[in-house]
Design a protein around this ligand. Structure first.
Ligand code: HEC
Ligand code: HEC
Length: 288
């Protein structure tokens, strides 16, 4: 049995420890960590704003110990490939999306980022500067789709001079117009990156090794992100409509095919039936 006295001492000790830990965390927030996080992590994570492509990082230090987190942040794929059970659980919860391995991310920087996340986690939920993004939260309009398509195709230039997406990507409504092949076809990107919020965050700081250097100093503005998202959403939805048309065509094809089959059977069977019936009729005729 633990005495009441010991419990009291333990409580005081742990309170002191938490106080010291948070005080020391507060001291170690570095601007370096903030700008590193903004450039490399913000596209997939919030702190207290819900999950995007990756989980919400609020209180992540309470979920797993620091040594593990540093190892994971520095090389997520290796941890997953090694079959680490917690990493596999995270992977499953993120529907198979693997966190990008960022080359040259030191253990020291990973530690500074975790310190920063700890401090941000102490703020009330939603109050962290990393809880949301500066992408406008208004309904998408048909004008957004057109504007987004023009940006995608380079008919309108991005304000900060980023290259047109079509240089490296295509989408299902651009057949005939071509489009680049360096990057993947983006028809399914809206669904794959799980909708408006996550795709918008993704585009605010693309965690693609090819796109990041290209857009680093030429990022998309909030309105532009919204328009490109509207366009990709539309492409995804009309892609679905096309798929539905195909299903219907298949179905009709099936119905049509079945009808033809029945006619053939009917024809074959009627002849058979007749050929059986005729001698019977004839036979019975001779007897009456
Ligand atoms: C491309 C999207 C992406 C980027 C960029 C990204 N992450 Fe992740 N992160 C994920 C996903 C997805 C997971 C869940 C594990 C998995 O599926 O790989 C994850 C998991 C984590 C975890 C464990 C979360 C938990 O609940 O235990 C931490 C910590 C983390 N990321 C930190 C970071 C930091 C720090 C950066 C920037 C240096 C970063 N991530 C950049 C997608 C990303
Ligand atoms: C210089 C070439 C290049 C340009 C320009 C470019 N991308 Fe990419 N993009 C890529 C590559 C390559 C990938 C695949 C990830 C990787 O290998 O880094 C990619 C991946 C993506 C993905 C993730 C797709 C997925 O399913 O995971 C999205 C979304 C995306 N790009 C959107 C855009 C948009 C929107 C634009 C225009 C603002 C754009 N890209 C401009 C090269 C480019």
């Amino acid at each position: 049995m633990i005495s009441k006295q010991t419990l009291k001492k333990l409580a005081i000790l742990s309170a002191t420890f938490t106080f010291v830990a948070s005080a020391s965390a507060q001291r170690t927030v570095s601007d370096e960590a903030v700008s590193y996080y903004k450039a490399n992590c913000i596209s997939c994570h919030t702190v207290g704003g819900g999950s995007l492509v990756g989980p919400d990082l609020r209180d992540v230090s309470k979920r797993k110990d620091r040594a593990w987190l540093i190892r994971f942040i520095r090389n997520p794929k290796r941890m997953i490939d090694a079959g680490d059970p917690y990493a596999l659980k995270l992977l499953k919860e993120s529907k198979g999306q693997i966190m990008t391995t960022i080359p040259g991310l030191s253990a020291a920087m990973a530690g500074k980022i975790l310190d920063m996340i700890e401090v941000e986690s102490e703020l009330p939920k939603g109050k962290s500067r990393f809880a949301g993004l500066s992408i406008p939260d208004r309904p998408l309009t048909p004008e957004d789709i057109t504007a987004g398509r023009d940006l995608f195709l380079g008919r309108t230039a991005f304000t900060r001079g980023g290259p047109a997406c079509v240089a490296c990507h295509t989408a299902s409504d651009l057949t005939g117009l071509g489009g680049g092949t360096l990057g993947p076809d983006l028809t399914a990107a809206f669904a794959r990156l799980e909708g408006r919020k996550a795709l918008g965050a993704w585009l605010s700081a693309p965690p693609s090794l090819v796109m990041q250097p290209v857009f680093k100093d030429h990022g998309l503005e909030g309105e532009e992100i919204l328009q490109v998202v509207a366009y990709l959403k539309n492409v995804a939805e009309s892609g679905d409509a096309k798929a539905e048309d195909m299903t219907l065509a298949f179905l009709l094809c099936g119905v049509g095919g079945a009808a033809v089959f029945l006619v053939i059977c009917d024809f074959a069977w009627r002849r058979r039936y007749r050929s059986v019936r005729r001698p019977l009729v004839n036979k019975s005729g001779t007897h009456v």
